[in-house]
Design a protein around this ligand. Structure first.
Ligand SMILES: Nc1ncnc2c1ncn2[C@@H]1O[C@H](COP(=O)(O)OP(=O)(O)OP(=O)(O)O)[C@@H](O)[C@H]1O
Length: 261
């Protein structure tokens, strides 16, 4: 058995948006630990606080209260410049909104994290070819971002997030715009880098199939952790467990679970 190293500690994190009477308590009191090499799913009804939690763990946003420790570093005590450096070196992101740059073509977008890290040209070429083959996107390389379909944009965003072999990958609805075939390709790839390269993955999703690739799923509701389930190894069984927990937690049609009747 490998040894388990806790990589991420979230302690009593709270975050409000807005002021006083109009304040939205996005996160009320969240504590959790993530081991190095985990593939953690974050689920919960719309507005539960999933994106806010990812933003705070990845230090894109600061909590009002509480702490986030990564590799024993208290991220909440670091200056913005340090955090930006840490994100660039160690983290990869697949956001819901893709955040691709229209002024650059597909290939330029994909290699951006390596260019920003001043990676050697040879390595950039190697890595981009690897990502192109893997996600089957080589014929898109000279296209402009505006011409891509939503699903193609999502794949390009995934390629960019993964190109510098991040230690921690943050993914917010990474399969939301993909057809089931492309979703499966991306999920298999995420699972592979998780298993082979021990990349820690934190992924927010509404989709039970997508979540079934995780090693553990936490459910948040109204800004707090509601429950968690652990994958014992059978993806189809885990899928059922996810569906059952979604039913228990409720959350309306957005969750897309057929009602029992
Ligand atoms: N910048 C902001 N300003 C004001 N309110 C915000 C902001 N960001 C998030 N919120 C509110 O915080 C709460 C949590 O939002 P968050 O996006 O984290 O939820 P979510 O679980 O990711 O939802 P979804 O599944 O719909 O993406 C929501 O009520 C949301 O409206």
């Amino acid at each position: 058995m490998g040894k388990f190293v806790v990589q991420i500690i979230v302690k009593n994190v709270a975050k409000d948006f807005g002021k006083k009477k109009n304040a939205v308590h996005a996160l009320k009191d969240i504590s959790l630990e993530v081991e190095q090499g985990e593939f953690l799913g974050i689920m919960g009804p719309s507005g539960a606080g999933k994106t806010t939690l990812l933003d705070i763990i990845s230090s894109n946003d600061r909590p009002d209260h509480g702490q986030v420790l990564i590799d024993d570093i208290d991220m909440t005590q670091q200056h913005d410049r340090e955090l930006a450096k840490y994100r660039r070196r160690k983290m990869g992101f697949i956001y819901q909104s893709f955040e691709l740059l229209d002024s650059l073509n597909v290939q330029e977008n994909i290699i951006l994290p390596l260019v920003l890290n001043h990676a050697p040209k040879k390595l950039i070429k190697q890595r981009v070819e690897h990502m192109n083959d893997l996600l089957n996107i080589s014929e898109l390389k000279n296209r402009s971002i505006d011409d891509l379909s939503l699903g193609q944009k999502q794949l390009i965003a995934a390629a960019r997030a993964l190109i510098n072999n991040p230690e921690i990958l943050f993914a917010d609805e990474p399969t939301g715009s993909l057809d089931s075939k492309s979703a499966t390709v991306l999920l298999n790839y995420m699972q592979m880098i998780n298993q082979r390269e021990k990349t820690t993955i934190l992924m927010a999703t509404h989709d039970a199939f997508t979540a079934s690739y995780c090693s553990r799923v936490i459910f948040i509701k109204d800004g707090s952790v509601f429950s968690e389930i652990v994958n014992s190894g059978q993806r189809t069984d885990f899928f059922e467990q996810v569906i059952n927990m979604q039913r228990t937690i409720g959350g309306g049609s957005y969750f897309n679970v057929p009602e029992n009747n």
